[in-house]
Design a protein around this ligand. Structure first.
Ligand SMILES: Nc1ncnc2c1ncn2[C@@H]1O[C@H](COP(=O)(O)OP(=O)(O)O)[C@@H](O)[C@H]1O
Ligand SMILES: [Mg+2]
Length: 235
């Protein structure tokens, strides 16, 4: 299908029925080490390299230098395209270094507040076709009221869509759980939800849990992470 935003990840576009819907919000949920960061950066780098679409990656957890090193081991060279095609935005230190107290975290000026984060993205990256946000978990700490976090997250997602971006964001779930979200709501806000599972019995398995307004492959399919990159075993 030509009206899709192809992730360029082998096999994954086939699961999605061609790729993501343009100007949609897409969630990848998985436990630590399941490949969320590598999926996100593959999506963004492929966009810049293969499809000429500007992209921005925002890390809220790991540092950019650590991520660059990890990506290299699977053959993803984030420096192979310039900053103007793939902007790498390191916000990982915000929580640890810059902001310390809960009051500061929740203050109106806090850069972790969703309205401030959106303004930052709009000012700097409004021409980006692809946005990657990894992960949303640290954003919740700027809100002690879950209802407010939920409504702010909804507003944030709508604003990204309106900006014209096709967004991929990640959320972390625990290893053995059957959950598809961390906060029990980010899956509702998303147009698509992809689950990355790791089990002793089955190894790495991926499933497109939901894809709004589109048919898609509904069962679990094997995927692999190796020095050759990411591969979803589906033709
Ligand atoms: N070169 C590699 N060869 C094989 N597996 C790798 C390689 N690099 C990373 N991995 C796998 O990918 C995982 C990290 O992926 P990542 O996207 O950072 O996970 P997440 O963001 O979900 O925590 C590692 O735990 C490891 O299992
Ligand atoms: Mg990660």
């Amino acid at each position: 299908m030509s009206d899709r935003i192809k992730t360029g990840i082998e096999g994954y576009d086939n699961l999605l029925g061609g790729g993501y819907i343009p100007e949609s919000i897409n969630l990848i949920a998985g436990c630590s080490g399941s490949g969320k960061t590598l999926f996100t950066l593959s999506y963004l780098l492929n966009g810049a390299e293969k499809f000429g679409q500007k992209a921005v990656y925002i890390t809220l957890e790991e540092t950019m230098s650590q991520i660059k090193r990890d990506c290299k081991t699977i053959g993803l060279d984030l420096d192979s395209v310039g900053e103007e095609m793939l902007a790498l935005c390191d916000m990982s230190s915000l929580r640890a270094n810059v902001i310390s107290t809960q009051d500061e975290l929740e203050s109106e000026e806090s850069p972790l507040r969703l309205d401030n984060l959106f303004e930052f993205i709009k000012i700097n990256y409004s021409d980006c076709v692809r946005v990657g946000l990894d992960s949303i978990v640290p954003l919740a700490i700027a809100y002690h009221d879950e209802q407010i976090f939920r409504s702010e997250l909804f507003r944030f997602m709508m604003a990204l869509k309106k900006m014209g971006a096709t967004t991929l964001f990640t959320t972390e779930i625990s290893y053995a759980s059957d959950d598809i979200s961390r906060f029990g709501m980010e899956d509702f806000l998303s147009d698509s939800v992809t689950l990355l599972k790791m089990t002793e019995e089955w190894g790495r398995q991926i499933k497109v849990h939901k894809m709004r307004g589109s048919d898609h492959v509904k069962n679990f399919v094997d995927y692999d992470i190796s020095s050759n990159g990411l591969k979803v075993m589906y033709k």
